[in-house]
Design a protein. Structure first.
Length: 468
């Protein structure tokens, strides 16, 4: 089965055909490093890590170049550093290191190239100069706003093709100030002047810093070329960020195409509301890792198709841990030693690969891992069990799962589960002492739903066992 991907630009699934099968090129918008990543941020990383793994499986690990940038100059960073009372480079170094640690804990592979915006200021200036020379950008001069450089949206007739918004909707959706120095309300900033206490670099238009959109255009051009295969990011980046990237890149490159396939992951929500720092409803990856293993968090993030919204709940995370426990138990059943050395598992693995080749259909691939685990438990043939186990292991690892020793995982999972149950029993005991009986009953019922039965004794202690 050929790999097909849903292209946000054309609004349909298309067979993936790279420009050069010997070097498949993908660019994904990375983090703005001013704070710890939350689970919503992690969803995009996991989604495109899955694409990276599938491309490596299809074309070979040496024939895929994955670029994910670090935005380390941006107004949010300036504000956070000022609020913390620390230098900007100290803040960005710490948060970048935390981002790497958190993403590695979720079994994400590192990108092949990770450009930092501050390392490409010269390339951004050169790109802006090309846009000015070709009439696609203009410099604001002769007033208090001198030093701004803006992209002339009217110079690119296809502006809005990605987001398919009207001009009025685009101006409203950009949520930017309609400044008096703009020729058109939709024009966007490529370069802006910096105050003495803000980071800045010398340029032909005075000391300043780049606008956010020009950063990705310059970094992608210099790491992947003017035209590359896949550009990815969250659904919320379609407008204005990706729309602006397309306009400035196509115009700077004499009309050459930018990215051929555009992929966007759906938003992660809490109670139907997008998880975001601005909403105050976010939970960081680090906080979640304190409560659950990274592999379970990854599986929970893969449990919904990458293009669909995903509502984050404790129940989703609990089910992910149960699935991993089941698969690891299936891998501990005795294999056939001869098959382990000489056997093949391609036929059993094919349904998992086919699901992923269909626009990265992770939920379907996960269901096929469950089918493999069921077949392992049913078969009486050692050779067949070994083939199925190998397929389960390879399928899981293709998705960034099942990377632990099965016995180590099950041992750690059992210990964590016991701690969790005992913590719930203690919470119930406290609720009973404080005569909050409805809350105590709710805890008991929740444990019973998991097959955990409690027995209260006259001395006030409670014991538990697992049904079945």
């Amino acid at each position: 089965m050929l790999l097909t991907l849903y292209n946000s630009l054309t609004r349909r699934k298309e067979a993936f055909e790279p420009l050069d099968p010997k070097l498949v090129r993908i660019y994904v918008c990375g983090p703005t490093v001013y704070d710890r990543a939350h689970i919503g941020n992690a969803r995009a990383v996991v989604a495109f890590d899955l694409l990276y793994r599938v491309l490596r499986e299809t074309y070979g690990a040496d024939h895929v170049r994955y670029v994910r940038n670090i935005t380390d100059v941006e107004d949010k960073i300036i504000a956070a550093a000022r609020e913390n009372g620390e230098p900007i480079d100290t803040l960005t170094a710490r948060t970048t290191r935390a981002f790497h640690e958190d993403m590695a804990a979720l079994n994400n592979l590192p990108p092949d190239v990770e450009p930092r915006a501050t390392e490409y200021i010269g390339q951004m200036i050169a790109l802006i100069e090309r846009l000015i020379a070709s009439g696609h950008a203009y410099v604001v001069e002769g007033n208090a706003d001198a030093g701004h450089v803006l992209f002339r949206v009217a110079s690119y007739p296809r502006y809005g093709a990605l987001s398919r918004r009207s001009r009025a909707d685009m101006i409203a959706g950009a949520r930017v100030e309609v400044a008096p120095y703009k020729e058109d309300p939709g024009d966007f900033v490529l370069w802006k002047p910096s105050e003495f206490d803000q980071p800045g670099w010398p340029s032909p238009w005075g000391r300043g810093r780049p606008g956010w959109h020009i950063e990705c255009s310059a970094m992608s051009e210099n790491t992947l070329g003017e035209t590359f295969d896949v550009h990815g990011g969250g659904l919320d980046l379609i407008f204005p960020h990706h729309e602006n990237e397309i306009a400035q890149s196509v115009c700077a490159h004499g009309g050459q195409p930018f990215a051929r396939y555009w992929l966007h992951n759906g938003m992660l929500t809490v109670g139907g509301v997008k998880m975001a720092k601005s909403e105050g409803n976010f939970v960081t990856v680090r906080e979640t890792l304190d409560a659950a293993p990274g592999e379970a968090i990854r599986l929970a993030l893969l449990s919904t198709h990458y293009r669909d919204p995903l509502d984050w709940t404790g129940e989703r995370l609990r089910q992910a841990r149960q699935s991993l426990d089941r698969w690891y138990r299936a891998l501990t059943l005795p294999p056939d030693p001869i098959f382990q050395r000489f056997g093949q598992a391609d036929e059993a693995l094919r349904p998992v690969k086919d699901a992923l080749d269909d626009d990265l259909n992770a939920p379907l691939a996960l269901s096929r891992l469950h089918e493999l685990a069921s077949a392992i438990n049913r078969t009486s043939s050692d050779a067949e069990r070994s083939a199925l186990q190998r397929a389960l292991e390879l399928g899981g690892r293709l998705m960034g799962l099942l990377e632990h020793n099965p016995l180590d995982w099950l041992r750690g999972s059992a210990q964590a589960d016991q701690r969790r149950i005992e913590e719930q029993i203690e919470l119930r005991a406290t609720a009973r002492r404080q005569r909050r009986f409805a809350e105590a009953d709710k805890i008991r019922s929740a444990l019973a739903a998991e097959g955990i039965l409690l027995e209260d004794h006259p001395d006030g202690t409670t014991t538990w066992w697992r049904k079945g």
